[in-house]
Design a protein around this ligand. Structure first.
Ligand code: CP
Ligand code: NVA
Length: 306
C-alpha cells in the first residue's frame, strides 16, 4: 500500500498487517519504553484545516518515537487552494518531506494530494471520512474482545465521517454494523449503496430506536452531534438528536459485556453522559491512546519499510 485514504480501498490483508505492526510497536514501546528508529531522519508533513488534539499529537509523537519528526503546517500558512493550488503543495512536500498527513474539509483535497504526491498521503479526517480513527477503534476492540468477527457495533448518532469509516471497517472485519440515527441524519442512501458495493458481504442494519440498537450491541459508539464545520446547525441538531444520548439507561438495555467507545472530543450531557464516559464499561481513553499506537503502525508501513 502506498497511501492511506480510505478503508474501502485498503485490502483486508493490508488492514490486518497495519494492526499487527501497530500491536507489535505498542508492545515494544510498553515493555522497553522505546521503538526501533524505523523513520530515522524522515519528516511527516501534517496539514490541518481544522482543529485537532488526538490526530496532531498522535502523528507527531508516533513519528518522534520512530526516530523521525512531524512538521505542523496550519492551513493559515499553507492555504490549500487559497494561497496556492493543492496540486502544487503536493509536489513541494513530495520533494521536501517523506510523507503527508492532511485534515481537510473537502475530501477532494485529500484525493488531489494523493494524485500529485510521490510520497505517502494519509487521510487525517475529512468531512467524508476518518479512517485512522476507525482502525484505532478496531485495534482497541480486538485488544478487549480478543477477536472482532461477529461483534456487533451500534453507532448511535449522526451518520457522519466517523460513522462512515466505521461502517466500512466493520464490514471488512465481519462485524455487523448498526446505524441508529434520528430520521434525516442517516448516512445518505448513495453512501450506503457504495459501502455495500465495496464490502458486499457486510451486515449493515439501520435502526431508529436507540434501545433496540443497544439490545443487539457488543459495542455502543457515539460521536458529537455537531461536527467541525456544522457549528451554524448546532441549535437544530441538539433538538433533533434529543433521546440519542448514550447514558446509564441506554447502557442497561445492552448485554452486560457491552462496551462504550467515543472518538472524542466528547460533549458530556449531549451525546454521552458523564457517568457512562467515566464508568467501568467505557474504553474511551484507551481508545484515544491507541491513536498513537495505530499511527505508529501506519507510519512504519508507509514510510518505514514494514
Ligand atoms: N478523534 C480525533 O480525531 O480527535 P482530534 O480531532 O482531536 O484529532
Ligand atoms: N465527526 C467529528 C469527529 C471529530 C474527531 C468531526 O468531524 O468534527
Amino acid at each position: 500500500m502506498r497511501h492511506f485514504i480510505s478503508i474501502a480501498e485498503t485490502s483486508i490483508d493490508d488492514l490486518n498487517h497495519l494492526l499487527e505492526v501497530a500491536d507489535r510497536l505498542k508492545a515494544q514501546y510498553k515493555t522497553t519504553g522505546r521503538n526501533d528508529p524505523l523513520l530515522a531522519g524522515k519528516v511527516l508533513a501534517m496539514i490541518f484545516e481544522k482543529p485537532s488534539l488526538r490526530t496532531r499529537v498522535s502523528f507527531n509523537n508516533a513519528a518522534i518515537h520512530l526516530g523521525g519528526s512531524g512538521l505542523l503546517l496550519r492551513d493559515e500558512e499553507v492555504g490549500l487552494d487559497s494561497r496556492e493550488p493543492t496540486k502544487d503543495v503536493a509536489r513541494i512536500l513530495s520533494g521536501t518531506c517523506d510523507g503527508i498527513m492532511a485534515r481537510t474539509f473537502a475530501h477532494d483535497k485529500i484525493l488531489t494530494l494523493r494524485q500529485w504526491s510521490t510520497v505517502p498521503v494519509i487521510n487525517g479526517l475529512t468531512d467524508y471520512s476518518h479512517p485512522c480513527q476507525a482502525m484505532a477503534d478496531l485495534m482497541t476492540l480486538r485488544e478487549h474482545f480478543g477477536s472482532l468477527q461477529g461483534k456487533t457495533l451500534a453507532f448511535i448518532g449522526d451518520g457522519n465521517n466517523v460513522a462512515r469509516s466505521l461502517s466500512v471497517a466493520c464490514g471488512k472485519f465481519d462485524m455487523p454494523f448498526i446505524l441508529c440515527s434520528p430520521p434525516g441524519y442517516e448516512l445518505p442512501r448513495d453512501d450506503v449503496d457504495r459501502i455495500m458495493s465495496q464490502v458486499p458481504r457486510m451486515d449493515f442494519q439501520r435502526v431508529v430506536d436507540p434501545m433496540e440498537a443497544a439490545r443487539r450491541a457488543d459495542v455502543l459508539y457515539t460521536d458529537t452531534w455537531v461536527s467541525m464545520g456544522q457549528e451554524t446547525e448546532k441549535a437544530r441538531r441538539l433538538k433533533d438528536f434529543a433521546g440519542y444520548q448514550i447514558n446509564a439507561d441506554l447502557l442497561s438495555a445492552a448485554p452486560s459485556h457491552a462496551v462504550v467507545l467515543h472518538c472524542l472530543p466528547a460533549y458530556r450531557g449531549l451525546e454521552i453522559s458523564d457517568e457512562v464516559m467515566e464508568g467501568p464499561r467505557s474504553l474511551i481513553f484507551p481508545q484515544a491512546e491507541n491513536r498513537l499506537h495505530f499511527q505508529k503502525g501506519l507510519l512504519a508501513v508507509l514510510m518505514g519499510g514494514q
